[in-house]
Design a binder for this molecule. Structure first.
Ligand code: NBG
Length: 828
């Protein structure tokens, strides 16, 4: 029994006075500056320290409660967390935003200026990483014992710049001022092994043991980021691993006198956590990436097992006390690593270990795109992770035995199901490994899950239909409404109270007011204020002036052929041509935002042509305010928070069958934008929720896309029937927008006319008509406002809290463990 003094947890006051005291002290004690001399950045750091002290108190209380209640824990393994800025989010979720604003004001500092100093934590590419961040926030908010695991990349998502039209990438130096939010845990380190070879040891009394010898070892060191729940005292932990060289490894060379080599090798082993791969929905197949994946999976599983055993549980109790979720195939090596840890390190017999593994792991699939499905060449896997290759062979052998038993003589089926792809260069299919090693596999929207069952995992679905479930994605209303859209939050509070902040379905209370002219007027004036706010930012970043009284048409997301930014651009070009021809068309602002993977030439060409078109359109005196086109540079979470609340129209125009879910679609609709979209991903569920009248659906369905492809129609024949579209393609191709070098987009023109793999041309006519429908509705302000209010009121289903509850009920079998509401216990 520890002494009372030892078991004591400090308790800091959360009122203005207490905060002011902590902040002023932190300037001196932590930052090391005289408060009279402190810069804004010093104050930012001091404030962050004052908050994190309070977060860690609640974190430790939360953890104590989890131990006392003997809870089952959820471990979320993700290569990416697209968190964004932390200051405002932490203040808000800790329930001390107003107090901190006042405390800072008392100290003569404007909190909002400080908030804008912070860099985004951009440890992710796009929707998958942002979803992971939303899930962690919701786990804490709902009181689930959830632990995030990932990588502490020294450099996150690159910063995007245009020079002048082309994308150039700059390193994201988000840690250059240090990071006040993290707790470096130098005592929480795990060795991670690479290369070397495997030795078989035959026991005299039967049985074989394997040891993994030689090779290299890197240490994974923990950095903890407390994650606060909103409106209650739960604080969970996100643990990010950084690679550190092991001392043994250094010493070898030091002893040989090669000092330079020793230091260089140390730097090299630390490159594992150096940089995020800036790729979205694409597999890269680089050795360093495989090492990153294994690095964080191994450290996370070692950590989770150590905690499990330290709590006094037996390994047999693992599936009852831990649920491990694999976010896409990136952590799929966990299947083999958990087996290795159980069998080789803890001497659990193989069959029992396999049973435990399969009952502990679950896998979320985020894409059907073949190029995004990770596979590793067998020789590479053998080289980097020789023991895991052996384990995968064994798992595959036993799995295929089971299949053979059920489908005798069906060798095609065996080849289709095998974890090893035997065609051409032999490769390990990570998605198959994840499916075979998981008790549940989920897609992220209803259509996506159905397509998984019917196409990608058809054979697996036939084997184990009960393992496949849908969990439609969601978004957190704390970031995507309360923080990003304070004006609408205030309006909602006045009209329907604040219950929706915890239970988004409560937004339905707004329904009866959708036709109320007073609410419509207030709603539209909130939207206008948000458009003014965005217009200021756009002027600052691009010099382009936007008129807040016209329709704001927004497409923000990664740049990808399947997302069809080109479809929107062709429409812009058509409008421009018609304006120049003297046609009177309804005015609009078109705003694009998003990054292209640095190696994705086509996506980069798309960015370039959008910038070129924008430059001509925005400077043509014949156009004026009737059309503006902006490519917002360096789209990131903090920019999204300004852009999304200002959108009238939300572009969700992917080729049907390609967008697994989309989550931007949910954020935009929640903020009262009307969706113009295809029947793809979660758009379908959004339409079902908001109703046909409140969304503009167009284009081929997923099934029609398949039929259309089978017909093999030449895209150029479509152009013969559509003169406006043909003119737009021609303007790109002939160099109308690139007069210095008319050849620039020859290839893009040819691509559209001859290939058009994502059916931009085939869907164009339907798209243009849907745009006209949007214009017509926008002309009727009251009708538009009514539809927009219906969108907000009906978005309850798309709360991340519902998503997390679906995981908890259908997959994890865990219950929430709320600590206490923050205002009654702890505050003040
Ligand atoms: C992305 C999908 C999106 C989906 C997010 C989150 C990958 C591999 N997939 O449609 O493209 O919304 O995942 O589920 O990044």
């Amino acid at each position: 029994m520890a002494a009372p003094e030892v078991t004591h947890l400090p308790h800091l006051p959360n009122d203005v006075e207490g905060l002011r005291q902590s902040i002023r002290d932190a300037v001196v004690r932590v930052v090391g500056e005289d408060p009279r001399e402190a810069s804004d950045r010093d104050w930012l750091e001091a404030l962050a320290f004052a908050i994190r002290e309070r977060m860690i108190e609640r974190r430790l209380l939360t953890r104590r409660q989890f131990v006392e209640e003997d809870v089952k824990r959820v471990y979320y393994l993700s290569m990416e967390y697209l968190i964004g800025r932390m200051l405002e989010a932490n203040l808000r979720n800790m329930g001390i935003l107003d107090e901190a604003r006042q405390a800072m004001a008392d100290l003569g500092v404007d909190l909002d200026g400080i908030i804008d100093l912070e860099d985004d934590a951009a440890l992710g590419n796009g929707g998958l990483g942002r979803l992971a961040a939303c899930i962690l926030e919701s786990l804490a908010t709902q009181g689930f014992p959830g632990y995030g695991y990932g990588i502490r990349y020294e450099y996150g998502m690159f910063r995007q710049d245009f020079e002048p039209y082309r994308q150039v990438e700059h390193p994201d130096t988000w840690l250059r001022y240090g990071n006040p939010w993290e707790f470096p845990r130098s005592d929480r380190k795990f060795p991670v092994h690479f290369y070397g070879y495997v030795v078989e040891h035959h026991h005299p009394r039967g049985g074989t043991r394997y040891t993994w010898e030689d090779g290299e070892e890197v240490l994974a060191m923990a950095y903890d980021y407390p994650t606060a729940g909103y409106g209650r005292r739960n604080v969970n932990n996100l643990r990010l691993w950084a690679a550190k060289a092991t001392r043994d490894f250094d010493l070898r060379y030091f002893n040989e006198g090669d000092y330079i080599r020793a230091v260089a090798d140390k730097a090299e082993s630390e490159t594992i956590s150096m940089v995020l791969y800036p790729n979205d929905a694409t597999a890269i197949g680089k050795e360093l990436r495989l090492k990153q994946e294994y690095f964080f999976v191994s450290a996370s599983l070692q950590d989770a097992l150590e905690r499990h055993l330290a709590l006094g549980y037996s390994l047999d109790a693992l599936p009852d006390k831990a649920a491990i979720q694999l976010n896409d195939t990136h952590p799929a090596i966990a299947v083999a690593e958990l087996m290795r840890l159980l069998v080789d390190c803890h001497e659990v017999p193989w069959d029992r270990a396999w049973d435990l593994t399969r009952r502990t792991l679950a896998y979320t699939n985020h894409t059907l795109m073949p190029e995004a499905l990770e596979t590793w060449p067998v020789p590479l896997m053998q080289h980097v992770l020789p023991r895991h290759m052996g384990i995968i062979y064994q798992i595959n052998h036993e799995f295929l035995e089971e299949v053979r038993h059920r489908y005798p003589g069906d060798s095609d089926r065996l080849a289709r199901l095998s974890i090893i792809d035997e065609e051409g260069e032999r490769r390990v299919r990570m998605a198959h490994l994840a499916v075979v090693g998981s008790h549940h596999i989920n897609g992220v929207a209803a259509l996506h899950t159905r397509l998984l069952q019917e196409t990608l995992f058809e054979d697996f679905y036939e084997l184990w239909p009960e393992r496949f479930v849908n969990v439609t994605n969601g978004v957190t209303p704390r970031l995507w409404m309360i923080q990003s859209n304070p004006a609408l939050t205030e309006l909602l509070g006045r009209r329907i109270g604040n219950d929706w902040q915890y239970d988004l379905e409560r937004l339905r209370a707004l329904e009866p007011y959708a036709t109320d002219p007073e609410l419509q007027r207030e709603f539209m004036s909130v939207k206008r204020a948000n458009k003014v706010r965005l217009a200021e930012l756009v002027r600052e970043r691009t010099g382009v002036e936007l008129n807040p009284d016209v329709l704001f048409d927004v497409q923000v997301k990664r740049i990808h052929e399947y997302k069809r930014q080109l479809l929107k651009l062709l429409h812009v070009i058509d409008l421009y041509r018609r304006i120049r021809a003297g046609e009177d068309i309804p005015p609009r602002v078109v705003l694009f935002g998003g990054k292209a993977a640095p190696g994705y030439a086509r996506a980069k060409a798309i960015i370039q042509v959008i910038n070129e078109v924008a430059d001509i359109v925005n400077h043509d005196p014949a156009v004026g305010d009737r059309l503006k086109c902006v490519f917002f540079p360096n789209y990131e979470v903090s920019a999204a928070s300004i852009i999304i609340p200002a959108a009238d129209l939300s572009e969700q125009i992917s080729t049907a069958g390609f967008e697994a879910s989309g989550t931007g679609n949910m954020k935009l609709a929640l903020n009262g934008a009307l969706t113009i979209g295809t029947l793809d991903g979660a758009n379908i569920e959004i339409r079902d929720a908001v109703g046909d009248d409140n969304v503009f659906i167009f284009g081929m369905t997923a099934a029609e896309v398949v039929e259309h492809r089978a017909r093999g129609e030449q895209p150029s024949t479509i152009l013969e029937r559509a003169p406006g579209l043909a003119a737009a393609v021609d303007m790109i191709e002939s160099g109308f927008f690139t007069r210095d070098d008319p050849e620039t987009h020859r290839d893009l023109g040819r691509y559209l006319r001859e290939d058009d793999p994502f059916f931009v041309l085939a869907d164009y006519q339907a798209y243009a008509e849907a745009c006209d429908r949007a214009d017509a509705l926008y002309a009727d302000t009251s009708a538009w406002a009514e539809a927009a209010i219906h969108n907000v009121a009906r978005m309850g289903f798309f709360s991340i809290d519902r998503t997390v509850r679906d995981y908890a009920n259908q997959i994890w079998d865990v219950v929430p463990e709320p600590v206490a509401p923050s205002k009654t216990n702890g505050a003040a």
